[in-house]
Design a protein around this ligand. Structure first.
Ligand code: NCD
Length: 319
């Protein structure tokens, strides 16, 4: 049984797959056992420092902490923090660590969460650092895939064996893609299919580096229709406007893929559609009623797994 007390989570590899599995087990109990962990974090304080906009991640963390009986403080815009006066991140987190028992941070700079975790003497949870990582979205995604398509028996490493996971959209800047693909590289027998315009391809450090080294089979294409029938999971993503250097490129690429009923005709009857949200145009609303559309379920699993994570790093529960 894992003891995650005091641990930070900067990228998915910080936790072993056994530790993640323990969190999934806790999340499942939170979902199904009424009152489980309900008051476990009473008197504890979570700081949410969001230097970049967020709805789901921040509110999901705050909802998670409140449901555990704890409290939250923080800011949702950098303009309202002392960073706007020129304070360094190291000073901000050292100060906040005097007030809070754990810090959740989103920052546009890659590596910011790692730096924060080195300065704060409380657990730091990365809620997104630029185009780099978003490990709690990955916990959410893995839990959703596991619950809806994974194997429940056998070795943990085999949970996703035989599954083909497609990633579609902005694979260059999408941190949720980078984190999830990296996390999946620890599960042998998974196949990945990357679908994007040439300009938004997954970075080479991920494909030629991590995936190839781990022996994970992957293909890259620009054509979603062509691969649709082979997918068990389709992970759609938004084109990350805020990471583009010019608006013209964004406008040209933003509607590269729009998933609709017609495109779903070739999809398997058990394929699930995931999306970290927010959705812009990538999935037509007509698909929301399709039983394969799992993105709102995914958001709900996200809150349960964040409850499991907070109670664990705060030392209020052993997995
Ligand atoms: C994602 C993010 O912030 O990276 N959103 C989220 O956390 N659910 C995806 C996105 O913004 O496109």
């Amino acid at each position: 049984m894992a003891d995650l007390a005091g641990r930070s989570l900067v990228e998915p590899g910080d936790f072993s797959i056994e530790e993640m599995e323990d969190l999934f087990g806790l999340a499942e109990r939170i979902e199904t056992e009424k009152g489980f962990l309900r008051e476990s974090c009473r008197g504890r304080v979570l700081a949410t420092l969001f230097f970049e906009p967020s709805t789901r991640t921040r509110l999901s963390f705050e909802a998670a902490m409140l449901r555990l009986g704890g409290s939250c403080l923080g800011f949702a815009e950098p303009g309202s923090s002392s960073a706007s006066k020129g304070e360094s991140l190291a000073d901000t987190v050292r100060t906040v660590a005097c007030y809070a028992d754990a810090i959740v941070m989103r920052n546009p700079k890659e590596g910011a969460a790692l730096l924060a975790s080195r300065y704060a003497d409380v657990p730091v949870i990365n809620a997104g650092d630029g185009g780099h990582h978003h490990p709690t979205q990955t916990l959410t995604d893995l839990l959703t895939i596991k619950r809806l398509r994974g194997k429940t028996e056998g070795k943990l490493q085999d949970s996703f064996r035989g599954l083909t996971v497609g990633f579609c959209g902005d694979l260059k800047f999408g941190r949720t893609v980078h984190s999830l693909a990296k996390a999946l590289s620890r599960y042998p027998g998974v196949r990945l299919v990357f679908v994007s315009p040439a300009e938004l391809k997954a970075p080479e450090y991920l494909t030629d580096g991590i995936l190839q080294k781990a022996g994970i089979a992957f293909t890259e294409t620009e054509n979603l229709e062509e691969v649709m029938g082979s997918l068990d999971v389709l992970y759609m993503t938004r084109v990350q406007r805020e990471r583009f250097f010019n608006e013209e490129d964004y406008i040209r690429l933003k509607d590269s893929y729009i998933l609709n009923k017609e495109k779903m005709e070739n999809a398997g009857k058990d394929m699930i559609i995931l999306h970290p949200l927010p959705r812009v145009n990538e999935i037509a609303e007509e698909l929301d009623a399709d039983p394969r559309a799992a993105y709102f379920k995914q958001a709900r699993y996200g809150m349960f797994v964040r409850m499991a994570l907070l109670a664990s790093v705060l030392g209020e529960v052993k997995c």
